[in-house]
Write a protein that binds this ligand. Structure first.
Ligand SMILES: Cc1cc2nc3c(=O)[nH]c(=O)nc-3n(C[C@H](O)[C@H](O)[C@H](O)COP(=O)(O)OP(=O)(O)OC[C@H]3O[C@@H](n4cnc5c(N)ncnc54)[C@H](O)[C@@H]3O)c2cc1C
Ligand code: SF4
Length: 837
């Protein structure tokens, strides 16, 4: 359990604001708070939030992208810890509320705290439903190793690492709804074969009828996913870990992992224990208030309103707005009357939209259907009394904006019904967009209306990416991107053609990398603020561009670079890696992975002295001291008397080495010596993304050189192979052979030249595994080995300049850059001691 709280959020004697406590820091809880703040609620309320996940608030919808590796877990946060601090909100992350005392107006949490409230919001969401299947749990009550739910960041990370273990090849996903299909698709991207077992007669039966389900099944099977419908899992086979699943009426399926995506159940335990009304979920009235409780509200998936419980985000945006109107008194008449569940999603890469009825119910209902299974397209519309009462679109959602509008508002329909499905003189896409109401929701994931997009465009933002950044529209599941573009084009009167921002090196400066570097050089811009002042429109600073610019400037100017600390990410400000509880990890330098008894003794003493909860060997052959509070960093560094090992930041990190010629029977090259030389030369140099290297003493490749950004392998005859662009993280790629050379000196020279070329040409955050295939190994060979463009001397000199400018950042421990550099801004609780196993 970890407490992360904003100091500024603590009460002061003069603070007379009402105490607003929120239980649940998920999508609904945080949105309700955002809506409250937007109505000036911070002046009236002192806000405290509890979330039992040890993080800030993230976009749960994006977990599917994290699972598939398209998105990094760090990239899905909606509100950073800074947001809580800036808005004066105390956040208890990783703390579970166990009970509410409605009479004393206190909430009790599992860290032993009793927190008083004047107004309470319950936003505890749902959890995965685990069906009664034999063998799902160990005798100790934990999920059997290899079984996963799919609800949280931790579930997703667990799945990714399990799927990436070499010997895991097959998974069974229980449930063929939205989540199950997303899980199946995500697992495939880790090379896992997937079977989906679904108890319904067809896939996504909550959203569509059997005909649509059959077309979807074809599309899903075309992706290589095996589908078993009308099939029930009766047991998980294995004993100590998953080895297969047993089905009721079909042969067993062998597998290494099982993902349960069989539905959700609202988290109502706190409400039940505290005596609040709970049926299928926590009962609320049209003001989102719990009946008979003046000051207790509930919102999101944990809520039952007029008998309905919702499992998608769009309804909770509407609920949060009404709740905020009441809590702040902005509009005491606001009412929530329920949501029409028009769903627009991208499931396993297939566009799916569904609203209202799946099929005709009365003899007089009209049913317009188009089906083209070979293209994965299915469209069905149910019409009653000349109004749309239901629609399903699969594989082609171009008409979705108009249909949603017609469904919501009961618009009169064209005589020629087929024009509802295709543009045959009926309302075209443009007309559809023009006809949308201002408050029509364009992006369901992030609750963005047409009006919000239109206002942003009218405010002067006319690029698609600019509007997406400003409003968050299109930044959830991505299924509405086309509609967002259409609304932007409509609002800008067709003035949006191409979006040049896509090619900019950083979003805040409208230049591609080469042009940006030329302008920086010509104008002698040596600091991030100087670049903004000279090159950004209106000289405006852009927070998202700062890290990329800082890295670029440091690479270009080496020792002449003017360092401005606010341009750095916290890791680079304090030269250590921030961990999920807000403490840091310290990795001292051990060149080539080599250490000495003396260093080991010192590390052990430091670990004892500072009560370091965990000492861990890293994948890069270094020792990691985890759980160090920020204020202890300088003391830890001083006592270690070792330089930084660069386990943080976008820079050259380590060179992993094998034993090599000196000791190994097979070695043909002294890999340890060469690894140490390379690491000594390039330590800490900035780059667009992290750089991990390795040197192996023979083709047995014990240092795994083929999957490194730069990997070196000694081969027969005293020669060395140099590979570039390898990776073995979320993305796996074998590096391409750049050159085979005769001596270690040439290895160091070419490795440096490649890294400099990459530093100058790669996009910000583009790893070498993406850069090398983009540029092409033949081109790289020509430039770096054969000097075909006459750049070699220049690249070598630029690299030498960076090497000469190297200063160990841990020196700042004795002489902090700013007085607050190593002062913690968050009260921290030290993590529990981890036993040595
Ligand atoms: C993988 C995935 C993909 C999805 N895709 C889509 C999609 O494409 N479109 C869509 O509309 N919806 C989608 N959803 C559903 C959407 O994420 C939910 O509707 C939404 O997150 C509900 O918000 P909430 O705040 O009610 O619940 P949550 O986001 O679950 O937040 C509730 C939070 O409260 C915490 N909590 C619970 N009890 C306590 C307690 N006692 N004390 C402290 N904290 C507590 C929980 O741990 C959780 O962090 C998806 C969901 C998942 C899991
Ligand atoms: S790569 Fe070759 S030299 Fe290095 S440890 Fe393995 S077998 Fe020995």
């Amino acid at each position: 359990m970890t407490a992360l709280a904003s100091r500024s959020g603590r009460s002061t004697p003069a603070d007379t604001r009402r105490r607003l406590v929120v239980i649940g820091n998920g999508m609904a809880g945080a949105r309700a708070v955002e809506e409250i703040l937007a109505r000036g609620g911070a002046v009236q309320h002192r806000i405290t939030m509890f979330g039992d996940e040890p993080y800030g608030n993230y976009n749960r919808i994006m977990l599917s992208h994290v699972l598939s590796g398209e998105e990094d877990a760090g990239g899905i946060f909606l509100n950073s810890l800074d947001w809580y601090r800036e808005n004066d909100i105390t956040l208890h992350a990783g703390v579970r509320v166990e009970k509410i005392d409605r009479f004393a107006k206190l909430v009790f949490s599992d860290d032993g705290r009793a927190t008083p409230y004047d107004v309470l919001i319950i936003a505890t969401g749902s959890r995965s439903f685990m069906p009664a299947v034999e063998g799902l749990y160990t005798p100790g009550g934990r999920l059997l190793p290899g079984v996963f739910a799919f609800r949280t960041i931790d579930d997703t990370r667990g799945m990714v690492s399990y799927a990436q273990e070499d010997h895991h090849r097959r998974a069974v996903v229980i449930g063929g709804g939205l989540l199950g299909l997303e899980a199946a698709r995500g697992l495939q991207s880790h090379g896992i074969g997937v079977d989906v077992v679904h108890s319904g007669g067809h896939l996504m039966n909550a959203q569509m009828g059997p005909d649509g389900g059959a077309v979807l099944r074809r599309s899903v099977e075309a992706l290589g996913i095996r589908v078993h419908t009308s099939s029930r899992t009766t047991a998980i086979l294995g004993g100590d870990k998953v080895r297969g699943v047993q089905l009721r009426d079909a042969p067993d399926i062998a597998c290494d992992m099982v993902v349960v995506a069989a539905g959700i159940r609202p988290n109502v335990e706190v409400a039940v224990t505290s005596g609040l009304p709970v049926e299928r979920a926590i009962v609320v009235d049209d003001h989102m208030r719990v009946p008979d409780e003046d000051e207790i509200y509930a919102v999101g998936e944990c809520v039952q309103h007029r008998g309905e419980v919702y499992g998608l985000v769009a309804p909770l945006w509407e609920q949060a707005a009404v709740l905020a109107d009441h809590v702040t008194g902005a509009n005491p008449k606001a009412t929530y009357l329920g949501s029409r569940t028009a769903t627009k999603l991208k499931v396993a890469g297939v566009d799916v939209a569904s609203m209202g009825l799946q099929a005709p119910e009365r003899d007089t209902d009209e049913h317009v259907v188009f089906s083209e299974p070979s293209r994965g397209v299915f469209k069905s519309i149910v019409i009653r009394d000349s109004k749309i009462v239901g629609a399903t679109l699969l594989g082609d959602s171009r008409k979705v904006a108009y249909l949603t509008q017609a469904f919501d508002r009961g618009l009169p329909l064209p005589e020629e019904r087929v024009s509802l499905l295709f543009d045959l003189g009926g309302p075209g896409e443009e007309d559809g967009v023009a006809e949308l109401d201002g408050d029509a929701q364009v992006c369901n994931c992030n609750g963005v209306s047409k009006q919000a997009i239109t206002d942003t465009v009218k405010g002067g933002c006319t690029t698609l990416s600019g509007v997406m950044d400003a409003t968050r529209a299109g930044k959830g599941c991505g299924s509405c991107k086309l509609l967002v573009r259409q609304v932007v084009e409509w609002a800008a009167d067709g003035a949006v053609d191409e979006d040049p921002a896509a090619a900019y090196y950083v979003p805040g400066v409208p230049l591609e990398k080469a042009a940006l570097m030329a302008a920086i050089r010509e104008q002698g811009l040596r600091s991030v603020s100087a670049v903004f002042a000279a090159l950004a429109p209106g000289g405006a600073e852009d927070a998202k561009s700062k890290m990329g610019l800082a890295s670029l400037l440091k690479m270009m100017w080496a020792g002449e670079y003017i360092d401005e600390r606010d341009a750095r990410f916290v890791n680079d400000r304090v030269h250590a890696n921030i961990q999920r509880d807000g403490t840091f990890s310290v990795v001292p330098q051990m060149k080539g992975g080599v250490t000495s008894p003396e260093q080991l003794r010192r590390i052990a003493d430091v670990a004892d002295k500072y009560n370091i909860p965990m000492v861990k060997l890293t994948g890069g052959q270094r020792i990691d001291l985890l759980g160090v509070p920020k204020e202890d960093l300088p003391k830890v560094w001083a006592d270690l008397e070792m330089p930084s090992g660069y386990a943080y930041g976008k820079s050259f990190r380590t060179v992993k080495t094998c034993v090599g010629q000196e000791f190994c029977r097979f070695g043909t090259g002294d890999s340890t010596k060469l690894g140490i030389e390379i690491e000594s030369r390039f330590q800490g140099i900035e780059s667009p993304a992290k750089l991990k290297l390795a040197v192996s003493g023979c083709p047995r490749n014990c240092a795994e050189s083929l999957v490194k950004d730069v990997g070196v392998v000694a081969v027969d005859g005293g020669r060395w192979e140099i590979y570039v662009g390898g990776a073995a993280g979320a993305h796996i790629r074998k590096g391409d052979l750049l050159a085979t050379v005769d001596d270690p000196e040439t290895v160091t020279l070419l490795a440096g030249r490649f890294m400099q070329y990459y530093r100058e040409r790669a996009n910000w955050l583009e790893r070498t595994y993406a850069f090398v295939p983009r540029v092409g190994i033949e081109h790289l060979r020509a430039v770096i080995v054969d000097d075909a463009e006459g750049l070699a001397a220049q690249l070598d000199a630029a690299m030498q300049e960076s090497v000469d400018a190297y200063v160990d950042p841990w020196n700042e421990g004795n002489d902090p850059f700013t007085p607050g550099q190593f002062r913690t801004s968050l009260p921290l609780e030290v993590l529990p001691q981890v036993p040595v196993r």
